[in-house]
Ligand binder design. Structure first.
Ligand code: ATP
Length: 314
């Protein structure tokens, strides 16, 4: 039995790492992709996880498979495409911490996952199914994602969604919005960032934006992340907020995923039916601390904190 299966992109994040003697930018090849970042955090918390997705047979694909094996993420359903190379993403970080992504994905192996590669028997073994929207940008992989979502729903898995909106990957923002809305219709746990919730709701105020999602889609647990300011949880008629931690941030890639993995760990421990304000507060505090820690480190999958390290930050 597995705790969480995640479907989506597995790629190399090239993050900026100083300059060479000649003054050229240097980039570090970090194994990444939101779904596996989430799983890596869950593995650190002792949970059993598996990944569903596709990489190329190039050296980056091999590196990614090895990385998942090393992290203890089950790779029995990781597909390897012999024709299309592993997806690459370059992350430019500006002095103020803002990031700009350039994707090398025309196409990339993660987009080549097909419906036929979704095995219902495999999915049924899990308690939670987690996904995002990078696997919904193009038709083939979108069909695969939708098949997995339907299997997850029919078999009573909890469904967790982190849209992870990346505008450059979409042919139009209308399509991105439409696919995010499709995801809202399925999920039990939604992790969404401040700018994403404004984008989908068209409302400036975060509480109003979340209220709109609650009314429209009846999502039991909505977790809103606010960058360095922390996070909020919306559950039944409760609204809980916890401030972020002040740390020496170098690079925020994977912060949201670390937050999400930490929160799903709480859902696995305490269920989704009887959460209290106290438990939600603990969830946010732990998730904020874990996410803050990851911003002090390069990469994500290989840099996930131990529980003791998170407790120390708290
Ligand atoms: P990503 O797309 O990189 O996964 P996100 O946009 O989904 O990130 P954020 O809101 O940026 O998510 O961050 C998630 C959580 O990480 C925040 O709720 C906060 O707890 C923590 N965090 C992010 N940035 C910082 C920071 N600079 N300092 C401390 N904590 C941070």
């Amino acid at each position: 039995k597995l705790d969480v299966i995640a479907l989506g992109e597995l790629l190399i994040d090239f993050t900026m790492n100083g300059e060479s003697e000649q003054g050229n930018n240097m980039f570090e090849a970090c194994p990444g992709g939101a779904p596996c970042n989430v799983l890596a955090m869950l593995n650190k918390m002792g949970k059993k996880t598996a990944f569903l997705g596709k990489v190329g047979t190039d050296q980056f694909g091999v590196l990614l498979k090895d990385t998942l094996d090393e992290a203890g993420i089950n790779t029995s359903n990781l597909q390897m495409d012999t024709k299309v190379n592993t997806t690459l993403a370059f992350v430019h970080t500006y002095p103020d911490g803002d990031r700009e992504f350039s994707f090398y994905r025309n196409p990339g192996a993660d987009m080549m996952l097909t419906e036929e590669e979704i095995d219902p028997e495999f999915l049924k073994q899990s308690k939670i199914f987690h996904f995002g929207t990078l696997s919904m940008t193009h038709e083939g992989v979108r069909k695969a994602t939708k098949k997995a979502l339907n299997i997850a729903r029919e078999n009573g898995l909890l469904i967790s969604f982190d849209p992870n909106l990346r505008p450059p990957l979409w042919s139009s923002l209308d399509l991105a919005k439409e696919q995010m809305e499709y995801g809202f219709g399925f999920c039990d746990v939604l992790k969404i960032s401040d700018n994403e919730v404004q984008f989908v709701s068209g409302k400036e105020d975060y509480d109003e934006a979340v209220q709109y999602l609650q009314e429209e889609y009846h999502i039991p647990l909505i977790l809103l992340t606010l960058g360095k300011d922390g996070s909020r949880a919306y559950y039944k008629d409760m609204r809980v907020e916890r401030k972020g931690y002040k740390v020496d941030t170098i690079e925020t890639t994977g912060a949201g995923d670390t937050f999400c993995g930490s929160a799903l760990n709480y859902v696995l421990e305490y269920g989704l039916d009887n959460l209290t304000e106290e438990k939600l507060g603990e969830m946010l505090t732990f998730a904020n601390a874990a996410a803050a820690l990851i911003t002090t480190r390069k990469g994500a999958i290989r840099s996930m904190p131990e529980k003791e390290e998170v407790l120390q930050v708290m």
